[in-house]
Design a protein. Structure first.
Length: 90
């Protein structure tokens, strides 16, 4: 990925909770992510009828990968890998 990568919109979402989840999900998969939205969503917690929507942006070079990950998550095809857990975690 180049520092000069342009960012493109891959999704538009409603609500700060969803924004945070998607951003964390993409970043956990090594995909840098930016959010762009109206100030009203933050200052007044408005998120109805498209007001307060936020756009999810990623570098152009990883846009297809990011879209694929979001599609797979939406279809329920991804799961949490618990192979990192130890016997002490139970």
């Amino acid at each position: 990925m180049s520092d000069k990568d342009e960012y493109v919109v891959i999704s538009t979402v409603q609500g700060q909770f969803v924004e945070a989840q998607i951003k964390a999900f993409l970043e956990a998969h090594g995909i840098p992510c930016q959010l762009r939205g109206e100030t009203l969503r933050v200052t007044h917690a408005i998120s109805i009828d498209g007001i307060g929507a936020a756009e999810v942006l990623v570098p152009t070079s990883v846009a297809d990968t990011a879209r694929d990950l979001l599609d797979r998550a939406e279809r329920g095809e991804l799961s949490i890998d618990d192979s990192w857990a130890t016997d002490d975690d139970s």
